[in-house]
Design a protein around this ligand. Sequence first.
Ligand code: F6R
Ligand code: ZN
Length: 204
Amino acid sequence: MTVPLVHAIDRSSLTLRPPGVGSARHLSNLDGVFADAVARAALLADGDPLVYTVEAVEHREGSGALSYGLGVLQPGRVGEEYFMTKGHAHARREAAEVYLGVAGRGLMVLEDLRDGRAWTLPLEPDGVVVVPGYVAHRTVNVGDEPLAYLGLYPSDAGHDYAVIAEANLRLVVLAGPAGPEVVERADLTARGAVRRAERERSAS
Ligand code: F6R
Ligand code: ZN
């Protein structure tokens, strides 16, 4: 079947017209992504929420072909962490990607696999973010509305989820009292212990 060369983003339904090829990830599909296993188990017991969908339009005509996906990431939290995507690097490492913000308020968490450098960038309506090659990436919804974005990538980029599965990405985005806080994963355990001690002190 021929893939249409023109699609429209319907900003009210956050879908493509005509539709792309849809996929969905629920919380149960995101194992090892969120740090707070207790909070995740509680949400799973309560009905396994939908975290995000992707509608993909993939062109496969030759080595220069481009594809794109409309991602829609729901608002929500697992413990202190905002809902986020699983995250990946491209199987063809040098393949870059451009993200265009469509709706909502997000952050991209990025990490260069070559030197471990890690950073975040805002992903907001009409903002354009470049993810260079060799950079693992995930999106995080830090707002109260669905976060929608279009990711445009070489069709032969591929997804490599395994490369970040063991250590996860270095930076974690938490919902702090004044908004999103970006912390190092290595500092999470210490932070959790301090929070627990504070809760116990105020309960006694
Ligand atoms: C494609 C890309 C996006 C993501 C989408 C879902 O290279 O970066 O279209 O695929 O944000 O995230 P993952 O693939 O990490 O589940
Ligand atoms: Zn990608």
